[in-house]
Ligand binder design. Sequence first.
Ligand code: BGC
Length: 362
Amino acid sequence: MHKIYSIPLDIMQGTDDVLFDYIVNCISKFLEYIGMKGVSLPLGFTFSFPCHQNRLNEAILLKWTKGFKATGCEGEDVVCLLRDAIRRREEFDLNVVAVVNDTVGTMMSCGFEDPYCEVGLIVGTGSNACYMEEMKNVELVEGDEGRMCINMEWGSFGDNGCLDDIRTEFDVVVDENSLNAGKQRFEKMISGMYLGEIVRNILIRFTERGLLFRGRISERLKTRGIFETKFLSQIESDHLALVQVHSILQRLGLESTCDDRIIVKEVCTVIARRAGQLCGAGMAAVVDKIRENRGMDFLKITVGVDGSLYKFHPHFSSVMHETVKQLSPKCEVTFLQSEDGSGKGAALITAVACRIREAGQH
Ligand code: BGC
């Protein structure tokens, strides 16, 4: 059973206590909903941000991403923050056994169904991937036997300037105006939180040059974040005389001609296509590395995927699949879509950790 609770903006951007009290409040509501109010249970925590992890139940938040900026969390162990909030509530005793990145949770839950699943991918508000690396290549951890899951945090690819050649002026503006300027540059080119904003900046530039809307920019179009990424999906699904495009533009205070609508749709297509290709290029590099690691001529592998852009955009996933096929011809890659996989994966890891712990006690 699962239930989704969204975190309001003021809580995302408030303080550590307020954020974690809110999360514990959601847990309490959920327990009540399933008729288990006040019980003591082991808990797996999916935490989808870059962390330094020394143990299964310890994760020091390095930097917020995706519009979060609650104070007092960066540099702290989020498991401690969660435990403190559970204590403050004095309603139940939940033992935080594991903290898991969403990519890892997704890979684990898909791996439960498909043993070939050794990669996890998220393309939603943010983007990231994880994969199984050979222990002998993991310098930070002792031992050479077996494999270990690596959370790549690929969203931060490019933060050292290596993507500068392909970043456009629009990527630069979107980055500079974000809460975490200079960070997560790859993520800002491919994920849901930013694609609408890239399109909005392009539309403004085209209008300034007199190429759109008879050169008139509406006040609403000047508002940051107003062009939602779901508009990209709606516009690209629009085949009937671009009626949707017309109505979306109208809501943004823009009177459009037929030519305007065709151009707007083309901009949306190009931006989503670029995102799919970049994501596909990243994924091709990952699967080909796994193949080379194992000294194989051909690798059959499954990628567990989740995220709103991947699931709901009409073309993103097919562009990405096609790109992976072209760039890693020596791999046969299957994409397995997960349903709330990251939560289930964290639960799975928690259950295994509990079992190992119990076995150790006997
Ligand atoms: C975070 C990752 C996360 C990804 C997808 C990124 O912003 O840094 O940890 O996996 O978003 O949710």
